[in-house]
Structure formats: structure tokens, C-alpha cells
Design a protein around this ligand. Structure first.
Ligand SMILES: C[S@@+](CC[C@H](N)C(=O)[O-])C[C@H]1O[C@@H](n2cnc3c(N)ncnc32)[C@H](O)[C@@H]1O
Length: 361
């Protein structure tokens, strides 16, 4: 599956859209707000740019994209008032894959502008918003043109499910019974996922290094694993979905071959794994790196858990299996979540990273 062509969150503003089901992701953005504030203030204070370029990568099509821009604008407005300097003209980019519902995103622009007018700190800051389609696994901007990058809830999407997973040893698919790294996945499968993450994250960091101005920074937050083993929350969720898909194979609702050839293009690294990739490149100073926990209590009830998952994973599942099974699968997920997930205190681990571009030698 080529993520670049197929991936998008559920578009529109309806009941099952990402725009209506991203409260949990909003919570994770607010959890790293202090990090965002520190980084934006530092970049502005050290460079005092007349024009400042900021980009949110993997913005999707909901209000969270404008939440990030609102926060950046408030931080800059307040900082300039405190310093008694003229605010920079702000160029704000919202970037995502071409399949993203940019139309819905642009329709939210009016609300953002209203909000900016009412914000006492930000109302005087001249700004321009633009959408930018493209993959963050590659160049998106001219060299040394961006002061600050933000990306939340996106970098755990790798560019593709690892290629070698399609190889069948003695006609048995390598990751049979799993759609991600599960308890029965071999160490070879784990290595393939880890290698894909390393390649992709390296490419991401390299691309952003070229695009950042000297002194530029980025704040990234994405799903991670607290422990070094492969028993994180993402593993558990994907194992539950694998089992439900398997039960649908047994009932003849899903073709076995379809399930065997499906692997999620996701990877939630441990802090050590991510740090090793950053350090191997030596392009950035790590200003901050921490695994944080966010409680999923913003999503109450099995139906809401299932709807939230459908708004994120539904389009990928539909792309592979066709639309015949999606409603049935998520109705099963809803029942499963009502019985299991919502009774427990489900915590999700997020890796929060702030990186500063090192001076070129
Ligand atoms: C869960 S949404 C996050 C949206 C928003 N940042 C938030 O925190 O609510 C993940 C987004 O990452 C985007 N994404 C995944 N892989 C990407 C890539 N290679 N390049 C650009 N965007 C990507 C998806 O299309 C999706 O819109």
C-alpha cells in the first residue's frame, strides 16, 4: 500500500469525520503546549525575523490544524508586545497528503480569522494561511525558508507497510494473524517495521534540516511506546482489530488472503529508538525529548471509541478491503471497546520532541 496515494483521515464535518472525532488528539496537542511556547519564543527571540514561516505537517482536515496556528499566533503576538517590537508577517502553512480533505480545512478558515480578530494578543499580527499538499517524507519547502515546524499525531504513519512483509515463506505470510506487530509476530517482522521507521524518520529529519533556517526549530509529537518491548497501546489496539478481522474471515465475510496481505503502515517507536535516529544524523540539538501519557477519557463509550478509530483508520481499511466490511468491522470494534477498553483507564503514550537545527559545519 502506498500511503502517499491512499492515506487520509475521514473528511467532511459529519458524525464520523476526523473533524468531529479528534478531541483526543486535541488533548495531546494541548498537553505539549508549553513545549510549543518555549520553542516558538526561542526561535523568534533569537532570530527576530521580519517575516516568519511556520508549517504544521500532517494537519488533517479538522479544527486541530487551526488550534495549532491559533496557539502560534497568540504566542508571537504576546511575545512581541512584551518585547515592544513589531510582529513579523506570518506565513502559515497547513500541509498534508494530497488525499487530505483540504476543502473542509479551508472552510474553517473564516472561523480562524474571526478568532484572530478577537484575540487581543494576536489581532495585530499580519498573517497569510496556505495549504500545501505533499508527503513530509521528502522536501516540501525551498532551502532555509521555514522558521518553525509543528507536527502532531502524524509521524507514527510510516511511508508504507514494510515491503518484505509480502514475502511468503513456504506459502505462509510472514505476519499471519496480525495487521501490525502483535504478540505472535516474529523478530524478523519487528525488524522490518523498525527499519522502515528508521528510513522514514531519517528522511523526514533530513528534509526538514534542509528547509529550516539556521536557528529554526521543530516540535513533534506522535505515538510512541513507553517500554522497549512491543507491548504498547498501539500494539494492543491493532491486535484487537486483527482478531475481529479474523473472526470475520471465519464467518466468510472477509477473504483470508486479503487479511494476510494487510499490514498497517504505522510504527510507534520507543524514546530510545527515536533518539538513536536523531543522534545518528547529528543534524539537530535535542532540546527536549520525553514520553508523555495522555488519558483517553475524552472519548466515552464504545461507540465513540469506534467512531474515533474509524475516522483515523477507516479510510486505510476501506482502501484495502473495499467498503463492504468497514461498517461491520467498526460495529464489532464498538462492542469490543464497550466491553474492554472503556472499563479500563486507557492511556496512550506520546513521544514529544523539540529539535533545534545545528549550525552547518
Ligand atoms: C491523526 S491526523 C493528525 C491531524 C492533526 N495534526 C492532529 O493532531 O489532530 C494524521 C495526519 O497525518 C497525515 N500524514 C500521514 N502520513 C503523512 C505524510 N507522509 N505526509 C504528510 N502527511 C501525512 C495524515 O494524512 C493525517 O491527516
Amino acid at each position: 500500500m502506498e500511503v502517499k496515494k491512499l492515506l487520509h483521515m475521514a473528511g467532511g464535518i459529519g458524525k464520523s469525520s476526523y473533524a468531529s472525532n479528534s478531541k483526543f488528539q486535541e488533548k495531546s496537542i494541548l498537553a505539549i503546549r508549553p513545549l510549543l511556547e518555549e520553542a516558538v519564543i526561542e526561535v523568534h527571540k533569537s532570530l527576530l525575523p521580519e517575516k516568519m514561516v511556520v508549517a504544521d505537517l500532517g494537519c488533517s482536515s479538522g479544527p486541530n490544524a487551526f488550534l495549532v496556528l491559533t496557539e502560534v499566533m497568540k504566542i508571537i503576538g504576546k511575545q512581541c508586545q512584551q518585547l515592544g517590537v513589531q510582529p513579523p508577517e506570518m506565513q502559515l502553512f497547513l500541509s498534508d497528503l494530497p488525499g487530505n480533505d483540504f476543502n473542509t480545512l479551508f472552510r474553517l478558515l473564516d472561523d480562524f480569522e474571526e478568532c484572530m480578530k478577537a484575540e487581543k494578543d494576536a489581532s495585530s499580527v499580519l498573517h497569510f494561511v496556505a495549504g500545501l499538499p505533499g508527503s513530509f517524507y521528502g522536501r516540501l519547502f525551498p532551502s532555509q525558508s521555514v522558521h518553525f515546524f509543528h507536527s502532531s499525531n502524524s509521524l507514527h504513519w510510516i511511508s508504507q507497510a514494510p515491503e518484505g512483509l509480502d514475502n511468503k515463506t513456504e506459502h505462509v505470510p510472514l505476519n499471519r494473524g496480525n495487521i501490525y506487530i502483535g504478540k505472535t509476530s516474529s523478530s524478523h517482522v519487528v525488524n522490518l517495521y523498525q527499519d522502515q521507521f528508521k528510513r522514514d524518520f531519517t528522511l523526514f529529519l533530513n528534509s526538514r534540516f534542509n528547509e529550516l533556517v539556521p536557528g529554526g526549530q521543530m516540535v513533534l509529537a506522535f505515538l510512541g511506546r513507553k517500554e522497549n518491548d512491543q507491548n504498547g497501546p498501539l500494539n494492543s489496539v491493532m491486535e484487537a482489530i486483527s482478531k475481529l478481522l479474523d473472526s470475520m474471515v471465519l464467518e466468510g465475510l472477509v477473504e483470508e488472503e486479503k487479511l494476510d496481505s494487510f499490514n498497517m503502515p504505522l510504527y510507534a517507536p520507543s524514546m530510545e529508538e527515536a533518539e538513536a535516529v536523531i543522534n545518528a544524523q547529528g543534524l539537530y540539538e535535542i532540546v527536549h525529548i520525553k514520553m508523555t501519557e495522555v488519558n483517553m477519557d475524552t472519548i466515552q463509550g464504545g461507540e465513540n471509541v469506534a467512531m474515533s478509530m474509524q475516522s483515523v483508520f477507516g479510510p486505510v481499511i476501506l482502501g484495502h478491503f473495499g467498503d463492504g466490511i468497514v461498517d461491520e468491522l467498526f460495529s464489532r470494534i464498538s462492542k469490543f471497546a464497550a466491553e474492554h477498553l472503556v472499563k479500563e483507564e486507557t492511556k496512550v503514550h506520546f513521544l514529544a520532541v523539540c529539535l533545534k537545527k545545528k549550525e552547518q559545519m
